[in-house]
Design a protein. Structure first.
Length: 436
DNA sequence: CCCTTCACG
DNA sequence: ACGTACGTGAAGGGT
């Protein structure tokens, strides 16, 4: 961990270089109003750190050890031999040569044994399902349960990540050593890992996340009237979308229709194709195409935005976010169709993902500024793309909730967004309990 | 050092 | 006819 003085020296040295580069490419507002002011905020988050209950993880580690040992025996019995389960190559030999299961698809180096493949193979043999369970636990143990305690700082007793502002092509932050932006949130063991991220005695964790931030940004960028109205009026965005796609009233929307609608919206954000949607939904491609067509018929402004964005990107060679961040997309000029399609998906997704990144960065600056004078004991300790996490003393909790929610939501108004923003709050003694 | 896999938004 | 969802970081295997 660098000292504040060292950090300031690095900033002073790099600032003129970055500034010149950004002047040349026209993103000076972004640089002056967001990226530079964010630097001390990021430094403070890194310095604050996150408190980790190491003994929770040590207990969990022993439990996982026993569980993995048991599974290793079962796997060896089913395979008829011992082998290294963590080696995709050895696993492929067992599955596809020894047991003669049918390969689903290839990687560059051999037959794939990824989750999707093993799930399909599970209909033919008992072994693949066991491998999946083993892999799941093994991942959690090595990447989180055993690795995190070693990164606790010996002076502060806390975990101090590095937040990088110059890595992600869209303008998102990234987090390293440790990456605190990919801590598990699903499954029994995943949730128990989150329980190890705690607030110190007398404090609470406060989590604030933007609800549906990317669809809202899409509504703003496209100005699609129907989509804007959804965010002004609807209480359940995905059900509202399902009503449009399936042309049915609220009382006829099933859970499955809602799930389809949710997946379609995600698909739009990522630069959809019938193939991609079909494989995610597990439906035939023509059916996926029907959903996409229905969506675009109802939200014609979204379709127009996508076409306009790709067209402009091809002409200029780059796309931009609400604050003017540019992402060059040279793939759009490729002679290779696959590369061009890839470029088109990036052209659609980057303004959305990147504008959401601009927005939360601005919010971080605003929240940080107000906390400094109004609630100096409340500390910002992490950002995870659409959420901010704080550590706050019990006596400040109610005030902190109000301040954080209002400042994060007001950021949308500062940017003159054409949709309202909604922030959900959660409070608890640990990250699992505090997750909204 | 690259590849595969998988954790998150 | 062809390959395809967007953005990251870390661990383990194997060359």
């Amino acid at each position: 961990m660098a000292s504040a003085a060292e950090a300031a020296a690095v900033v002073a040295r790099l600032a003129p270089v970055l500034k010149t580069r950004l002047e040349e490419q026209g993103s000076l507002r972004l640089f002056d109003e967001v990226e530079m002011p964010l630097v001390p905020v990021l430094a403070e988050i890194e310095r604050n750190g996150f408190s980790l209950n190491v003994s929770t993880l040590e207990t969990l580690s022993k439990e996982l050890e026993r569980e993995l040992d048991r599974m290793m025996d079962t796997i060896a019995r089913l395979a008829g031999q011992e082998f290294n389960i963590n080696s995709p190559r050895q696993l492929a030999t067992v599955l596809f040569e020894k047991l003669q299961l049918k390969p689903i698809r290839k990687t560059k180096t051999g037959y794939s044994t990824d989750e999707e493949t093993l799930t399909q193979l599970a209909t033919q043999h008992e072994l693949p399902a066991q491998i999946l369970s083993y892999r799941g636990l093994s991942k959690l143990k090595s990447t989180y349960v055993d690795a995190l305690p070693m990164l606790v700082h010996r002076e502060t007793g806390r975990l101090h990540t590095s937040l990088n502002q110059t890595v992600a092509a869209t303008g998102r932050l990234s987090s390293t050593e440790p990456n605190l932006q990919n801590i598990p949130v699903k499954g029994e063991y995943g949730l128990r890992i989150r329980e190890a991220f705690v607030a110190p005695p007398g404090h609470s964790l406060l989590c604030a996340d933007y609800s549906q931030i990317e669809p809202r940004i899409l509504a703003h960028l496209s100005r699609d009237e129907r989509l804007v109205r959804v965010f002004e009026q609807a209480e359940d965005i995905h059900s509202a979308t399902a009503m449009e796609i399936f042309n049915k009233p609220a009382d006829q929307i099933t859970r499955d229709m809602r799930r389809v609608a949710k997946t379609v919206v995600f698909g739009i954000l990522y630069g959809i194709s019938p193939f991609g949607l079909a494989s995610t939904l597990g439906v035939p491609q023509p059916e996926a195409k029907k959903y996409i067509d229905a969506y675009f018929q109802r939200y014609a402004g979204v379709k127009a935005f996508i076409d306009r964005t790709i067209e402009e990107a091809k002409q200029r060679g780059y796309v931009t976010t609400i604050l003017g961040r540019r992402r060059p997309i040279p793939e759009l000029a490729s002679s290779d169709q696959t590369q061009r399609s890839f470029g088109e998906r990036m052209a659609v997704n980057s303004p959305i993902q990147g504008s959401a990144a601009d927005l939360i960065k601005l919010a971080m600056i605003g929240v940080s500024r107000r906390l400094r004078t109004e609630l100096p004991s409340t500390k910002m300790i992490l950002q995870v793309h659409d959420e901010l996490i704080f550590e706050t003393p019990a006596k400040d909790l109610e005030q902190a909730k109000r301040l954080v929610k209002s400042e994060m939501e007001a950021t949308g108004e500062h940017l003159n967004l054409s949709v309202p923003l909604k922030v959900d709050l959660g409070v608890g003694a640990n990250w699992r309990a505090a997750h909204p």
